[in-house]
Ligand binder design. Structure first.
Ligand code: PBG
Length: 333
């Protein structure tokens, strides 16, 4: 008969850092992190503007992006996702698929300088349409099927410029299959698609829309992005996109949707990405700047929570900060 009192002594392994390390279940690896960047089409080669609602994040000229990438790669950044801010917008989002558009030029320049860096491009029309919606609008309605062709043209132009992966974020139905077919028939069958398959209609995108100048001029995105109360619908979105050829399934936002990440990870055998979106970044920054929260601790806790939920990769505006800290020798908490 044992002498102890018969209860679980969880504190045994919490006594020292070495013990805690020994039983640690979840890790954040440098290779898990993707940093988003906003690039501006401008004549001003030195353009750089901090995004007011996202302190520490910038709208950048191509040249400034390249300077930042150099530093970021030195601390271990391996993947980026690019968002473009075009000089002109119109009803048909024509600068989204212009071969000399902001993303196409940026991708060419970045890949030329950093061939090994994984360059992912966000494929959507909202930054390029005059009305700010993610598709073609007629009589106040966002049309699904006519939008597919423009999305596929956009994706193809990104890949032709050298993008390593495309990430459609528009939430039109059927776009993954459409884009896959267009890429394949142009000889790009090896370029993967990361689908924003499970993208909720979220208030957390507010700061991004300021950053990317992409807020809808009328209405909202409720007719195409998912309704937050639904989780079984997330499975339908994910399975539809996998059937159409998606290579990675993304859940977005992350923090309020950890259950969805966990569920998708359990049900499907594709890699799962989670996007810690702009509003999640801004909340932490705002609280930290007032001294209400410890930024490093909260960033670590949210990112490890996203991994614990099941994400294989995380898109986060904190990525480079985290990598800098990981590589500083101070360790990562
Ligand atoms: C484009 C797009 C958005 C985000 C990524 N791609 C904005 C939106 O859907 O309104 C949001 C990213 C973020 O908030 O950080 N459709």
């Amino acid at each position: 008969m044992r002498e102890d009192k018969g209860f679980f002594r969880g504190r045994r392994f919490r006594q020292t850092g070495f013990f805690r390390e020994l039983i640690k279940e979840t890790y954040l690896h440098p290779g898990d992190l993707v940093q988003p960047y906003f690039v501006v089409e401008t004549e001003e080669e030195d353009f750089i503007k901090e995004i007011p609602s996202m302190p520490g994040q910038y709208q950048l000229s191509i040249r400034n992006l390249i300077l930042r990438l150099k530093e970021a790669m030195e601390v271990g950044l391996k993947a980026i996702i690019l968002f473009g801010i075009p000089a002109t917008k119109d009803e048909m989002a024509s600068s989204a698929y212009d071969i000399d558009g902001i993303i196409q030029r940026t991708v060419r320049e970045v890949k030329e300088r950093f061939p090994e860096l994984i360059v992912i491009t966000d494929v959507c029309l909202c930054e390029y349409t005059s009305h700010g919606h993610c598709g073609i609008v007629k009589n106040g309605k966002v049309l699904n099927d006519p939008t597919l062709e423009l999305l596929a043209k956009t994706a193809l132009s990104h890949v032709e410029a050298g993008a390593d992966m495309v990430a459609p974020s528009d939430m039109m139905d059927g776009r993954i299959g459409y884009i896959r077919e267009v890429l394949d028939s142009n000889g790009f069958e090896d370029v993967p698609i990361m689908s924003y398959a499970v993208k909720y209609c979220s208030g957390f995108y507010g700061p991004f829309r300021e950053a990317a100048h992409s807020a809808p001029v009328f209405g909202d995105r409720r007719t195409y992005q998912m309704d937050p109360p639904n989780s079984r619908e997330a499975l339908r979105e994910a399975s539809a996109d996998i059937l159409e050829g998606a290579d990675v399934i993304m859940v977005k936002p992350a923090l309020a949707y950890l259950d969805i990440i966990h569920m998708i990870k359990g049900k499907f055998d594709v890699p799962v990405a989670a996007y810690q979106v702009s509003g999640e970044y801004s909340m932490i920054k705002a609280a930290a700047s007032r001294g209400w929260l410890d930024e490093d601790k909260i960033v670590y806790e949210t990112l490890i929570g996203i991994k614990r939920a099941g994400a294989d990769m995380i898109l986060s505006y904190f990525s480079v900060d985290v990598l800098r800290q990981m590589s500083s020798g101070k360790g990562w908490l």
